[in-house]
Design a protein around this ligand. Structure first.
Ligand code: F6R
Length: 611
């Protein structure tokens, strides 16, 4: 949430910053702003609305400065307007600051600084930082003033500051919000909250850790803690490709990312399956085999779509690895009093690796001394670095705010984990081989399904986009796909949709059913097929309109429903990989019909780095 960027070097900073903001726009799109050094002075502009509004505003500004900062905002404190947009400045107008996070003690600080004579012009929590730095600046360098200020702050931040007192220097710091330093070459650097903004310029990056502050100008950079202890850090290479973060001819990132799912599954499994032995092998398991053997219970913690994908993992692990599993929502887990012990493994699941509640849950688990394992997409992210062990999803950058391909990747990772733990706990070779073989094949099935069914889904979306409400039903492995369908319909198509376990509808929600509802019933030919058919009948008996997701060849289902989308046959535990794709694509085309802003749905942002 919120994207911050800074550049110092020899090229004009404005286009580099605006391009970087464009690449991070999924982090927030309420307002945007920029501040660039011009011969020792700072020129700044900020505008409410999408980045394009700012870009148009500064198009005539012939700024030639080669150092500056930029921000895109997802509002927390203060409505999205020009005034509350970042950068914020102090009373002198010589300090400019951008911030991602929340300053929790801003109220006290604001009262104190106001009493000291500082004048506040915005409703944001961030503005206190500019005045605080201003108050520490006399007699100090910018870097010293920033560090002194941060000691007074309670909350979270990824921030960058520039001041006319220290021309062409950026001071940036992180605590609870990601921050990366990009090394372009001698005298040319970037800072950003997201690797995608840095990627067009360099692959060489340094990930800042919690409580670290970087001071960067053309002479180089220094990293210290807030307490001013110097920190030596090694750089890493970003493995992602720049094309992966571009639309490549698709109308939306979401569609491109759905179409990438077969490739994502294939990449995620590559080198991690030995079919003839029926095993999965990957570092996060092999290096901790004894530890896994001692585990008696797994608690999975995630938020949003990641928690939905985790529910598939829960069912797989319990059925095939015979280990008790519970899925917890990060924002709850962190505040209740979870009972964990040395035989519990906490599995942390996150695309971004930066979700605030998920990180807090990981830290709670670590505080209790339990083994933590991450299933994460973004390499080098906070969660990836803080877990004891883990596996990367290897899906490449996911840009659309609504997660799709990474959710499939998460399910694929859970399949590997199930195979690895299951085989350790008595799963037979025959079962192991069957799972491994089907898993290997599922990307091909997904690819074929996309080729065959995309047009059908598109035309059905035209019909169902006219409904204001929807129920998504699924049982056992496809209950999470029902949740996913409902989430995506709400999130990108702004349709009121509810996801339920199929058997649960008659316990209350069925009372809502009327002609403004359609019911999407996920009904593959699996162990609960007949039960699901009965639930469809219950809906039909009340004149409900039903769209079924069924297994290829099950033409019999057509007599009970209004429309059918067919999915290829696969192992029951892998069916959600296919059904999730279908409901995501249905939501996508429904959103197209309803003319929604698909990649940037209203009120949302990717990477939820605030509570
Ligand atoms: C749903 C969606 C969100 C994320 C959630 C977790 O389409 O995109 O619900 O799944 O914010 O994000 P990560 O996986 O980055 O922790």
């Amino acid at each position: 949430m919120c994207g911050i960027i800074g550049y110092v070097g020899t090229s004009p900073a404005k286009p580099i910053i605006l391009e970087g903001l464009k690449r991070m726009e999924y982090r927030g799109y309420d307002s945007a702003g920029i501040a660039v050094f011009e011969n020792g002075k700072i020129s700044s502009e900020k505008k409410a609305g999408k980045l394009q509004v700012l870009t148009d505003e500064v198009s005539e500004d012939h700024w030639s400065g080669t150092a500056g900062i930029g921000h895109i905002r997802w509002a927390t404190h203060g409505i999205p307007n020009d005034v509350n947009a970042h950068p914020h400045t102090d009373c002198t107008g010589k300090i400019y600051l951008i911030h991602n996070g929340i300053i929790e003690n801003f109220h006290e600080l604001r009262e104190r600084l106001t009493a000291e004579g500082h004048e506040f012009t915005t409703q944001t929590d961030t503005e206190v930082l500019t005045h605080l730095i201003e108050s520490h600046l006399p007699g100090n360098s910018l870097s010293e003033a920033v560090k002194a200020s941060l000691k007074e702050v309670i909350g979270t931040y990824g921030l960058a500051v520039v001041s006319e007192m220290d021309p062409d220097t950026i001071v940036a710091a992180r605590l609870g919000s990601p921050l990366i330093l990009g090394i372009i070459g001698d005298g040319e650097y970037m800072i950003a909250s997201d690797a995608t903004a840095i990627l067009p310029h360099t692959r060489e990056v340094i990930y800042l850790d919690e409580g670290e502050v970087v001071t960067v100008n053309r002479k180089g950079f220094t990293i210290t803690t807030v307490d001013n202890t110097t920190v030596e850090k090694n750089s890493s290479k970003i493995e992602w490709d720049i094309q992966q973060a571009e639309k490549q001819g698709y109308d939306h990132f979401m569609l491109k990312e759905i179409m990438e799912i077969p490739r994502v599954i294939e990449d995620g499994l590559r080198g991690r399956l030995i079919i003839e032995d029926g095993i999965a092998h990957f570092g996060g398991f092999l290096e901790y085999e004894d530890k896994w053997r001692s585990i008696e219970r797994i608690v999975i913690v995630a938020c949003g779509g990641a928690a939905i994908a985790s529910r598939v993992g829960e069912y797989m692990l319990e059925e095939y690895a015979s280990i008790p599993v519970k899925v917890e929502i990060g924002s709850e887990f962190r505040y209740r009093k979870p009972v964990l012990d040395e035989h519990t493994a906490v599995v942390i699941v996150s695309q971004s690796g930066e979700t605030a509640d998920t990180i807090a849950s990981l830290r709670e688990a670590k505080r209790q001394g339990v083994f933590t394992f991450g299933i994460v997409n973004v390499v080098g992210s906070t969660i990836a670095r803080e877990v004891d062990a883990g596996m990367y999803i290897h899906a490449g950058p996911e840009v659309a705010v609504a997660s799709t391909k990474v959710m499939s990747g998460m399910v694929a990772m859970f399949s590997l984990l199930t195979l690895a733990i299951g085989r350790q706990r008595g799963m037979s070779l025959v079962t192991g081989k069957r799972i491994a073989k089907e898993l290997q094949n599922v990307s091909l099935l997904a690819e074929k399904m996309l080729k065959k069914n995309t047009e059908t889904i598109k035309s059905l979306a035209k019909k169902y986009a006219t409904y204001d409400n929807a129920f998504f039903l699924g049982r056992k492995y496809n209950m999470p796909s029902a949740f996913e369908g409902a989430l995506k319909f709400k999130e990108i198509a702004y349709v009121h949709a509810e996801g339920y376990p199929s058997g649960e509808l008659k316990h209350g929600p069925l009372a809502l059913l009327d002609d403004r509802f359609f019911v999407c019933a996920i009904t593959p030919k699996d162990s609960v097929y007949e039960k699901n058919l009965s639930n469809i009948q219950e809906v039909r008996a009340r004149k409900g309109v039903v769209l079924a997701l069924a297994t290829e060849g099950d033409t019999g289902i057509e007599q009970y429903v209004d429309d059918v989308i067919y999915m290829p046959k696969t192992l029951e535990m892998l069916t959600p990989i296919l059904s999730m794709i279908v409901v995501q694509l249905l939501a996508y085309y429904t959103a197209v019909e309803r003319k929604c802003d698909i990649d940037q749905p209203r009120n949302l942002a990717k990477s939820v780095t605030v509570e």
